[in-house]
Design a protein around this ligand. Structure first.
Ligand SMILES: CCCCCCCCCCCCCC(=O)SCCNC(=O)CCNC(=O)[C@H](O)C(C)(C)COP(=O)(O)OP(=O)(O)OC[C@H]1O[C@@H](n2cnc3c(N)ncnc32)[C@H](O)[C@@H]1OP(=O)(O)O
Length: 236
């Protein structure tokens, strides 16, 4: 099995590991664009049914290729990069090849973690503003990266988010985090989110290194592989 190194790799692995990921990044960018267009356009109904059929065919085409479920299996193949590189592609908040990810980008500067994010209309909660659940998710990802500063990577124990002002959509969001205290396996941090220099949200987070370390996570039970989301055709 490929060695699991640098699970918190970020800016230092900006380029895709190979041409396959490069192509997948392009597909993911197209799906992001599609999502943005979907929630901000109003084509006539029959055109939408045509589009749905095309997309269903595209999904079937994709599904007929070899399938890989879960990051551990991606790295086990030996052809898709290390855990850090695969995460850089598939992480649901930061992965360039995962269209669910806005994505959040991160880097370390001195004793601080710095991040950036941009949320389009698909992320709307309050009018014109990022949904609070996404603000929390962005923080969880960003703080999970920021704990790299403490060298005892762990899982989120708690994440307490304060919402000071609405976080605007279609705006560059700036993130900052620092460690406030470290006690053995526990890393305490604070994080901030800014839009146009205004503090929109802040958080206090505790990350805890599991007793047996992060690598023990790979021994957890695997979820079911088969996932068949309902389609409009099946009446959902
Ligand atoms: C193979 C892959 C490897 C690389 C993977 C990289 C993945 C990257 C992921 C990045 C992440 C991305 C972000 C995500 O999405 S992380 C996903 C969201 N988080 C989770 O799912 C975490 C679920 N919880 C757990 O797994 C366990 O509870 C953890 C691991 C957190 C602790 O379980 P463990 O058995 O180790 O704990 P312990 O009982 O020995 O307690 C230890 C100490 O901690 C204190 N305490 C415990 N809980 C809390 C709490 N809630 N508040 C305050 N304090 C708490 C406790 O009192 C004790 O203190 P003390 O008595 O010692 O003073």
């Amino acid at each position: 099995m490929t060695e699991l190194k640098n699970p918190f790799a970020s800016e230092e692995i900006t380029a895709p590991f190979n041409e396959e990921w490069q192509a997948k990044r392009r597909v993911a960018a197209a799906v992001r664009l599609l999502t943005e267009v979907l929630v901000t356009s109003s084509p006539d109904t029959s055109k939408m049914h045509d589009i749905a059929e095309q997309l269903e065919n595209t999904a079937s085409d994709f599904a007929s290729s070899p399938r890989v479920y879960g990051r551990l299996d991606w790295i086990e193949s030996g052809q898709h990069g290390s855990f850090g590189q695969v995460s850089h592609e598939l992480n649901p908040l930061a992965g360039y090849s995962n269209p669910l990810a806005p994505p959040v980008t991160t880097r370390i500067e001195g004793d601080m973690a710095i991040g950036r994010c941009f949320c389009g209309w698909a992320y709307e909660g309050p009018p014109g503003s990022v949904h609070g659940g996404y603000v929390a998710a962005i923080f969880d990802q960003f703080m999970g990266f920021a704990q790299k500063l403490g060298k005892r990577p762990g899982m989120t124990g708690y994440l307490n988010v304060s919402y000071h002002h609405r976080t605007p959509l279609t705006t560059d969001l700036h993130l900052e985090a620092r460690i406030t205290k470290q006690e053995g396996r526990k890393t305490f941090m604070e994080g901030k989110m800014f839009a146009h220099d205004e503090l929109t949200a802040s958080c206090e987070a505790l990350f805890i290194e599991p007793r047996k370390g992060m690598y023990a996570l790979k021994q957890q039970a695997r979820p079911e592989e088969v996932f068949s989301p309902p389609t409009a055709r099946s009446g959902a």
